[in-house]
Design a protein around this ligand. Sequence first.
Ligand code: PFF
Length: 443
Amino acid sequence: MSAHRGQWSSKLGFIFAAAGSAIGLGNIWRFPYIAGENGGAAFVFTYLICVIAIGLPVMLAELALGRATQRNPVGAIETVHPGSLWKAVGILGVLTGVAILSYYAVIAGWTVGYMISSAIGRPLDFGSFVADPMAMIFYQALFMIITIVVVSGGVEGGIERWAKILMPMLLVLLLILIIRSLTLDGAFKGLEFYLKPDFSKINYNVIIAALGQAFFSLSLGMGTMMTYGSYLKKDDNAVASGFQVALFDTMIAFMAGLLIFPALFAMGKDPAAGPGLVFQVLPEIFKAMPLGNLFGALFFLLLAVAALTSTISLLEVPVAYFVDEKRWTRKKAVWTVGTATFLVGIPSALSLGANRFFSSIQFPLIHKTGFLDIMDFIWGNFSLALGALLLSIFVGWVWGADRALAELRQGAVDFSWQGEGWKYLIKIICPVVIFVILLNLFI
Ligand code: PFF
């Protein structure tokens, strides 16, 4: 292993960093609005199944391959199966990282804008805020620069230190806000929408949205967990760590729903409002509580930090690729990829009203409007699912489930019959289910 790669300083370091990657805007911004668009509880139910049956097995596959090879996604695949086309899966992951980060930084920028507006007590009107091109590009650039500076610091110095302090704070604040939301008049209808499934609402759109959300939220399908797993030590228990990360992540998303939907229904708003949903609901909650500005500023600060631990991981994948495979210095890789990503993200930043063309552009097959929404579907949903499909075939059949299982069992001796079950999931269930769901997209 080359000297400049680094390792986690402790087992907890990995869990916090991986949970930091998983927990982010996906849980608090994306999960509620996708759930709202897809019928509430029926989506939540489908989502949980996707996490358990598909997400978790793929998570373990990524961790196994990453730790076994100690390389970035492209290098990992090259190590196991040199000179084959499978390398393209790694490249797809690198591209997906750049593409997701490009619009993710835009939304992350909104949280900074909202943080400042709460702190100074000047509420933002969502519609006019996102239609202001200067503000959009300013906050997007700001967030990219913060990400770049942290990632330049390397694995331990940057990523680990941040995640450890701030993730637990987010949890506590979420709990306080949930109590507030649940005690609003009319909150019960929201709980019903969120938790009482009407199974007749489960259709193809709900299933693909849930599957995509599972990959997005768990940071799977583009090699993030593979990259993070590559910094694990051989005696770390990758299985237990993977489970814990998935559990934390699902818990936070679930809590975000508990926060948003009761308040949303109490205020009589539309759950299918789209990407602006939480930014329209949350300020109303803060307005209706004592010390609202303070709570608001603190919440958006923590959300920005949660987003930061995710943007760090999104940037880390392409950076690890250029450092390992192209022998770039870390600094050069971070600044080059970061700048390119910022430029790719500009149309997304302008696509909620700031620019007419990017705001109204449509994509035939998927019925999405606006550049950001289209990017999110293609990369945040489709590409991650495709990546996860190919990765499960690669690990299950090409590298071989037995070898992967042997890797997982190092440090996790009690992964016995569960391990046999995992082999079945990764070889058969994951590939078949993801394939069928993706195929449906085209017919
Ligand atoms: N999991 C992150 C979130 O839920 O916000 C987003 C993300 C990070 C997706 C890293 C994919 C990834 F590789």
